[in-house]
Design a protein around this ligand. Sequence first.
Ligand code: PEP
Length: 255
Amino acid sequence: MRWVVGNWKMHTTPSEAAALARQLREVLAPLVVAHPEVRVVVCPPFTSLEAVRHVLLGSPIAWGAQNCHEEVQGAYTGEVSARMLHELGCTVVLVGHSERRRYAGEDDGRIARKLRRVLEFGMMPVLCVGETLAERRAGYTEAVLERQLRCSLAGLPEGAWNRLLIAYEPVWAIGTGVAAEPEQIAGAHAFVSGVLRDLGAPAAVPILYGGSVNAENVRRILAQPTVWGVLVGTASLDVAQFCDIVRAAWEVPCC
Ligand code: PEP
């Protein structure tokens, strides 16, 4: 199984999102139907979810959300809950994206609660982990990954392990145009797999890579045997590039 998840971030109004989803459906739907081993998901802003749902319903392209609140409902002005996203047909929810950690001050404890809430509503969390450039240069990459993984995943019920995805997203590669080198990705993924095993993950949990993935570099990245797929930001807004990335997901053999 391979995964291609598009993160549209704070781009697209509802009508723009519907137009983008329509183009993706036109080009990708027949191809994705022919390649059920590849899962394609797009994550528009909350305000565009209903419009995207309307366009993609009945197609093999799924949709998800970029975040959710850790509580089910209540006096949390401006927040959106997993319960609301579930009713909108979301199948995945990103949790712990570095832009949420950085700009919204989300810490590991809060991310752990969000992740459990997403699972509770039958959706798949995509737990994003990754080090900053300063942390990598100081030799703390593994320590950071281990802390993020342990804090979010320790004590997870056994049945939850096959309902989540991990995305290794080095912060220095996100939105910079400089993707991590395949060897750096392989090293981080091997480390993440080891921590997951240590935490009790019963089988291989899919680990994606994210950070400046585009149509040019995706094949090199997917050629790494540890990479189960990609989380794509900027390039997911470009129909031609995103379709190329999806094509690569079945053209590059899984190891
Ligand atoms: C992301 O938003 O998770 C991401 C990887 O962004 P970009 O592809 O633009 O680096």
